[in-house]
Design a protein around this ligand. Structure first.
Ligand SMILES: [Zn+2]
Length: 91
């Protein structure tokens, strides 16, 4: 399969939903959202934990996408396998 299924999930501020206004200290043990001033005293790991639902959603979506693509590919392969076969005709 040629498609790339890796996803870039951006963490969001649980208070205002912004994903681009974070400011953190050097070792990411403290993060603050500059948009709404929400502080994450647990730092990066707290933010990941709070975003777990979002991350799970994305994983589920990717799984579905993968299943659909596989179905498509199998159908195509079956069609190709029978193409040019004089004895089997798919109507
Ligand atoms: Zn915020």
């Amino acid at each position: 399969m040629k498609k790339n299924y890796s996803k870039n999930i951006s963490l969001r501020c649980v208070t205002c939903g912004s994903d681009s206004d974070f400011e953190s200290n050097d070792d990411k043990t403290y993060i603050v959202c500059k948009k709404c001033n929400r502080e994450y005293l647990g730092g990066y790991s707290e933010l990941v934990e709070l975003n777990e639902g979002l991350i799970n959603d994305e994983v589920m979506k990717t799984k579905k996408e993968l299943a659909q693509d596989m179905q498509k590919e199998i159908t195509e392969r079956l069609k190709n396998a029978f193409k040019g076969n004089k004895y089997i005709h798919i109507k």
